[in-house]
Design a protein around this ligand. Structure first.
Ligand code: IPE
Ligand code: IPE
Ligand code: MG
Length: 268
């Protein structure tokens, strides 16, 4: 027993050192968004049913959430269920919704203790009432927390988000509260479901697929992308550190060119 305790302490210290190293070596992304993919394939590779992959994925959510809060990420958005995922078999959808309710019931207190605020983006009206109730309870309980925001994208898609933003802008134009000249990029951003958050600095996708699958389409304009072949249930904090390390090696130019003393002097 004692030995086990010592090894846990050691791995905790090792983990803290890795976090410290990343904090020293560069910027920690303010907002990380994750496309949590590959649960089904993870399960199939083990000869198991898809829902077992989703269940194992909850452990990754817990670990990544804790690690992000510890290292100083301020917003973590997790793509948990897309608009298109409503097209999956009814059995899988209801198992996912049950898992969401169970996870909220078991994890909300811990989120609160860790000073993490839960939020959501997406068409929540489509979720079963028990899911909505648990989400409302968790959001309300954690609403004053400051350390990090954990945002769950549920029944979400980028096109849905743009569509609902356009609807509400159109309504305001109709009411005379906005003129066509007021529809600027900032105004569009303010009408998106993500209006309270900065755009993601880093978007991570697990399971190797090289696509956005309708995630944060507007907000991803200048996000750095990181794709790993690791399936979501195997994506734990050490993989997150690799993604942050990769982010820190990038040069974010936002369409400009790096400014050097020679360039500043040149007239071109
Ligand atoms: C991601 O895993 C979870 C959800 C989309 C809900 P998948 O269920 O898409 O797993 P794969 O991609 O089929 O392996
Ligand atoms: C993206 O994964 C959606 C979520 C992770 C919630 P999908 O498995 O639904 O995406 P595709 O079908 O591979 O594009
Ligand atoms: Mg998938």
């Amino acid at each position: 027993m004692k030995e086990e305790g010592i090894s846990t302490d050691n791995s905790r210290t090792e983990d803290q050192q890795k976090q410290l190293q990343l904090q020293k070596s560069g910027k920690i992304p303010r907002h990380i968004a994750v496309i949590m993919d590959g649960n089904g394939r993870w399960a199939r590779n083990r000869g198991s049913v898809r829902i077992m992959g989703h269940k194992a994925g909850v452990d990754s959510v817990r670990d990544i959430t804790e690690a992000c809060a510890e290292i100083g990420v301020k917003h973590l958005t997790l793509y948990a269920f897309s608009t298109e995922n409503w097209g999956r078999p009814k059995g899988e959808i209801s198992a996912l919704m049950k898992l969401l309710v169970q996870s909220l019931r078991s994890e909300t207190r811990k989120l609160d203790e860790n000073d993490i605020r839960l939020s959501t983006i997406g068409e929540l009206d489509r979720l079963p009432p028990t899911c909505r109730q648990e989400l409302e309870y968790a959001k309300e309980l954690t609403s004053g927390n400051q350390r990090m925001e954990l945002c769950l994208a549920l029944s979400y898609s980028g096109r849905w988000d743009l569509n609902q933003a356009m609807n509400s802008i159109a309504q305001k134009v109709k009411n005379g509260d906005l003129g066509p000249e007021d529809i600027t990029q900032d105004a569009i951003s303010r009408h998106l479901a993500t209006s309270r958050m900065p755009d993601p600095d880093l978007i991570v996708r697990t399971s190797g697929e090289l696509r956005l699958s309708n995630f944060l389409l507007w907000q991803a304009a200048y996000s750095e992308l990181y794709v790993t072949d690791t399936f979501w249930p195997d994506f734990r904090r050490d993989e997150l550190y690799k993604a942050i390390d990769s982010f820190q090696q990038r040069e974010r130019r936002f369409g400009k060119i790096p400014v050097t003393p020679e360039l500043e002097e040149s007239t071109i």
